[in-house]
Design a protein around this ligand. Sequence first.
Ligand code: HEC
Length: 121
Amino acid sequence: MFSHLFLAASLALLNFVASCGGSNEKLTLDPTTTTTTATPTPTPTVANTQITWNNGANAIFATHCGKCHDFALDLPQLKAKQQVALARIKATSNPMPPSSTPAWLADKNKAIEFLSMAELK
Ligand code: HEC
């Protein structure tokens, strides 16, 4: 009698496990639905901080130009030289500064970005 109950219980348990397995199979993803392309997470549009005289350009021009040119230490004077300075920084022959350093190369794009603004501020 006891063994019969035990057997019945075991069978019920087996059945339960089997039915769990059965329902698990339904949960496995249908291969045809897994091919849908994932929607890329939109990259947050972080406003690129525009360089200004006070937030970086002053230091860049003082460091890389100021030891030879007083105009590079003063915004109104640099404004007067804006186009020629931009041209000389971009120039491949006789560029400014006359000798390039790793520090200058790290700042060069910022200097160009600054001098390319319609109105230096
Ligand atoms: C080591 C000194 C030195 C440094 C540093 C230097 N210059 Fe010059 N620069 C000169 C000399 C010397 C001349 C004049 C000869 C010539 O035109 O090549 C000159 C000429 C110029 C001229 C043309 C002449 C004028 O006054 O209109 C501009 C513009 C200029 N430099 C901009 C810059 C800028 C911008 C920087 C920094 C990114 C810079 N220079 C860094 C020495 C330097």
